[in-house]
Design a protein around this ligand. Structure first.
Ligand SMILES: *Cc1c(COP(=O)(O)O)cnc(C)c1O
Length: 355
């Protein structure tokens, strides 16, 4: 028998949403309700015949597009096959035995998985009212905490904390503790607070900010994420990234997508309108829905049994939401916002299930 490393053997496989048979409406993975920019599609098609060559290992055109959009220096940007690759490499570079990772109660599940891969200990700070609480995070920091992960806006809660709270956390953390701000849903909250305040934290040398093309840019299938990294941290990460990570087609599509900010703004605005109406309808049914700044909402039912009842009702009708048992929220379902008509028919089924 070939024996695996004990810490790998002890890991459970990462639990993605159970995908239906293709006839279900997918509301389980926070994919976009809307198609990507037509310029992205055109850019991808025009690059298909360039696939003979390896991709640009420095993502030059993509970095420039990101840098110009967000007013950051291109050299500080690194790109990954989804932000998952960047999260995994950060943990492998800076955490390990005796070097702990601290997340929050409802933080992104993949962080705990990557921590286990690195044989590091994962700890989490309680949240308050389904919202990250900086005082509780600070309470959990010890002298073995090496990385703190804050997801803002949060997944699966959808809630967002003020930039000033992130700044307060950074000021209070030890200088040699790496802070990672995961803004996978950042574009949905950018209208509320100035994102440059957070990107500027990379200048301090100990903070990384992550974003992705998977959510608001509607390109989850491409696998492209990016982040702003202090140079010394970026240099370490480069050693762990696959040197040819992002395909020729993906780089071209992502660059075209981020240059089309008017398309992005329309997706963000339309998603918010549909989301807020669906959330208001759910609240009228007596369900608890925290205020979301993302493309999904968390729906809390009266009990785990009520959530399960609604879930099976919804599945029978072809709507696949995400059960939240893995997050200790077994009385909740998370619903990705889809097109208007879908949300309307979904709500009809939900209403029926809640009677
Ligand atoms: C979707 C998501 C990501 C990243 O996904 P990629 O597709 O790998 O870029 C990261 N963090 C959170 C919280 C997410 O929801």
């Amino acid at each position: 028998m070939i024996s695996p490393l004990p810490h790998i053997d002890a890991m459970a496989p990462y639990a993605l949403a159970t995908i239906g048979d293709g006839h279900m409406v997918s509301m389980a993975q926070n994919e976009s309700a809307f198609p990507p920019s037509p310029y992205a599609i055109a850019a991808g098609q025009s690059q298909l015949s360039a696939a003979t060559a390896y991709p640009d290992p420095d993502w030059t055109a993509l970095r420039l597009a990101i840098a110009e959009t967000h007013d950051v220096t291109p050299e500080t940007i690194l790109c990954g096959t989804g932000s998952m690759e960047l999260i995994g490499c950060l943990i492998h570079a800076f955490a390990g035995p005796g070097r702990d990772v601290l997340g929050t109660e409802y933080g992104y599940a993949f962080v705990a998985t990557a921590t286990a891969q690195a044989q590091a200990k994962y700890l989490c700070a309680r949240e308050v009212d389904l919202t990250v609480n900086i005082d509780r995070v600070l309470d959990q920091v010890t002298n073995t905490t090496r990385i703190v992960f804050i997801c803002n806006p949060g997944n699966p809660t959808g809630t967002m904390i003020a930039n000033s709270e992130i700044l307060r956390l950074r000021d209070a953390l030890p200088e040699d503790t790496l802070l990672v701000v995961d803004q996978a849903y950042g574009e949905f909250g950018d209208g509320d607070q100035d994102p440059r305040q957070i990107f500027a934290l990379a200048d301090r040398g100990n903070t990384v900010i992550l974003r992705t093309f998977s959510k608001a840019y509607a390109l989850a299938g491409l696998r492209a994420g990016w982040g702003v990294f202090p140079p010394a941290i970026g240099a370490q990460l480069r050693k762990l990234l696959n040197p040819n990570n992002i395909s020729v087609v993906t780089q071209a599509m992502a660059a075209a997508a981020i240059r089309d900010q008017s398309h992005l703004q329309k997706i963000v605005a339309d998603t918010a309108t549909i989301r807020d109406r669906f959330a208001a309808n759910c609240r009228e049914l007596g369900l608890f829905v925290p205020v979301s700044k993302t493309n999904f909402i968390l729906i809390r039912f009266a009990s785990a049994a009520a959530a399960q009842h609604a879930d099976s009702h919804l599945r029978t009708a072809g709507f696949q939401m995400r059960g939240m048992g893995g997050y200790g929220l077994d009385d909740c379902l998370r619903a990705t916002i889809c097109a208007d008509e879908i949300m309307d028919s979904c709500f009809t089924v939900l209403k029926e299930a809640c009677r």
